[in-house]
Design a protein around this ligand. Structure first.
Ligand code: NDP
Length: 289
């Protein structure tokens, strides 16, 4: 008999994960707080557990995909005694420290912990482009690789359980600030009646091309040498940002997305780094530590 994988949490993402497993012919036991969400999976052949205790009664890997750290504890705490010897793969979004706490907590109950950070939406699980970063137990990552690879490209980023969510959240910072910058630009051209759709046709390829600059910035940051040749100076960047803020104000658009970047650059220049490269912004950001 093939061991069943347990799925706890059948929201949009948990359902996508369980569906991929079932479609690959793997037996699954599913549980969700709201039982109605189990119906489609039952129709695909999943065994539906009425309680969490029933769901974890087997000996397969336990895949957890709940709302947040608090809901993971709400679901797992009552069955803590049943987790000994089991592997928990937690794909719930948590902060790095929340993941470390869960790794410690599962270890205290004799279980193995693998944290996953999903870089995909439910519709793309199992499709090209879906990626999941893992951290925690490297043995669990290796042992369950066939299951993990059903969902997307699997990468192991380290045995510190907090590393996968750390990468996830660092990447999302780039995404959200890019989205906010895009919307700022859309508001600027929109002030003259240019549609956001028309703007996007020009902006999207430009941003894609600009990602080519990231490797150079990264090399500078890693070398911590902001004085090397070919770097755009903070003084140059300040002049550019000041012009962008003037144009923003002239168009009657709110500049509060861009202003903090200008503030950082201005502070760096005031500290005497005007001729240093713009990648030196990272030093100002690090200094909050
Ligand atoms: P949903 O809101 O669709 O589902 C949330 C799930 O958590 C449901 O199964 C819900 O149960 C359950 N839940 C919430 N609180 C509790 C609780 N206190 N006790 C028991 N169960 C609880 O979210 P998603 O499925 O979209 O997301 C799940 C996780 O995946 C999140 O951490 C999210 O950040 C992450 N993720 C999601 C992505 C996405 O695009 N959707 C992308 C990347 C990561 P019930 O049905 O009873 O409400």
């Amino acid at each position: 008999m093939t061991t069943s994988t347990t799925f706890l949490g059948l929201g949009a993402m948990g359902t996508a994960l369980a569906t991929a497993a079932l479609d690959a012919g793997r037996p699954a036991v599913v549980w969700n707080r709201t039982p109605q969400r189990t119906h489609d999976l039952a129709a695909r052949g999943a065994a539906v557990a009425a309680t969490v205790a029933e769901a974890v009664a087997g000996d397969g890997v336990i895949v957890v995909c709940l709302f947040d750290h608090r809901s993971v504890h709400a679901v797992l705490d009552p069955v803590a005694a049943e987790l000994s010897g089991r592997t928990v793969v937690n794909l719930t979004t948590t902060t790095p420290n929340e993941s470390r706490e869960l790794a410690t907590w599962t270890a205290q109950h004799g279980a193995t912990y693998l944290d996953g950070a999903i870089m995909a939406v439910p519709e793309t699980i199992g499709q090209p482009g879906a990626a999941i970063l893992y951290s925690g137990s490297d043995a669990a990552f290796t042992r369950h690789r066939a299951l993990l690879d059903l969902w997307g490209t699997s990468s192991f980023v380290g045995t510190d359980a907090g590393l996968a969510p750390l990468h996830d959240m660092a990447m999302l910072v780039g995404m959200y600030t890019m989205f906010a910058g895009f919307l700022h630009g859309a508001a600027m051209v929109g002030s003259e009646g240019v549609s956001a759709t028309e703007f996007t046709a020009r902006q999207a390829p430009f941003l894609a091309a600009m990602t080519g600059q990231l490797a150079g910035l990264a090399a500078t940051v890693d070398a911590k040498d902001y004085t090397g040749a070919g770097q755009q100076s903070l003084r140059f960047t300040e002049a550019a940002l000041a012009a962008l803020l003037r144009a923003t104000a002239e168009q009657g658009v709110n500049g509060e997305v861009l202003k903090p970047v200008h503030d950082i650059v201005t502070r760096q220049i005031a500290a005497g780094y005007g001729e240093h490269g713009t990648a030196r912004i990272v030093e100002e950001l690090r200094s909050a530590r």
